[in-house]
Design a protein around this ligand. Structure first.
Ligand SMILES: O=c1cc[nH]c(=O)[nH]1
Length: 180
């Protein structure tokens, strides 16, 4: 396997900070906005964004939750083995709020579609935006596009983009992985 580095510290941190300032431009002090990270790996980005926003806006109360999409995937009935859901933690109201959905990698768009379906069980937001760390552009299978993008990557379907986090893998980095 070939691992091509796409982003690592200190640019990784700068990218997250830039995304936070872009969010602040549109959402001020987050009084009408909530952040929802998609399980399993969007939650690390959502938590990092919340942590960074709290440093920039120490007086703001920022709601941030985790959303499981397992049973909203369009292929969940096609599996050989049973799917094991992840946790959903949404301890706030999304009705009438602006929701920022957060995921690490945007590829076909199907995960985000499932996330929007799963989210609607919690209420009807006023507006939904999408923030991703990596946009694998020209790879969409459904018409979903991000509002906030960390980096854009040109890739082919057989490649994989992997985001590693300090919290779980010991280092922050993004790699493009190609099977030899
Ligand atoms: O390349 C991809 C596509 C979706 N999700 C990932 O983590 N990587």
């Amino acid at each position: 396997m070939l691992h091509k580095p796409l982003l690592s510290s200190p640019k990784f941190d700068l990218t997250i900070k830039r995304l936070c300032y872009q969010l602040i431009e549109n959402h001020n002090n987050f009084s009408n906005t909530v952040i929802i990270g998609l399980q399993p790996r969007g939650i690390y980005l959502a938590n990092r964004i919340k942590e960074e926003l709290s440093k920039i806006l120490p007086k703001a109360h920022i709601d941030c939750g985790d959303l499981d999409i397992t049973f909203f995937r369009d292929d969940f009935r096609r599996r050989e083995s049973p799917l094991v859901p992840n946790a959903t933690n949404i301890n706030f109201i999304i009705e009438g709020k602006k929701v920022i959905l957060v995921d690490d990698v945007l590829f076909t768009g199907r995960t985000i579609r499932a996330g929007m379906d799963a989210m609607l069980a919690y209420g009807r937001p006023k507006k939904v935006e999408l923030l991703v760390l990596v946009d694998r552009r020209y790879s969409r299978e459904i018409p979903i596009e991000p509002d906030y993008i960390g980096i854009q990557v040109d890739s082919i379907a057989s490649q994989n983009v992997r985001v590693s986090w300090k919290e779980t893998e010991g280092t922050d980095k993004i790699e493009l992985i190609t099977e030899k």
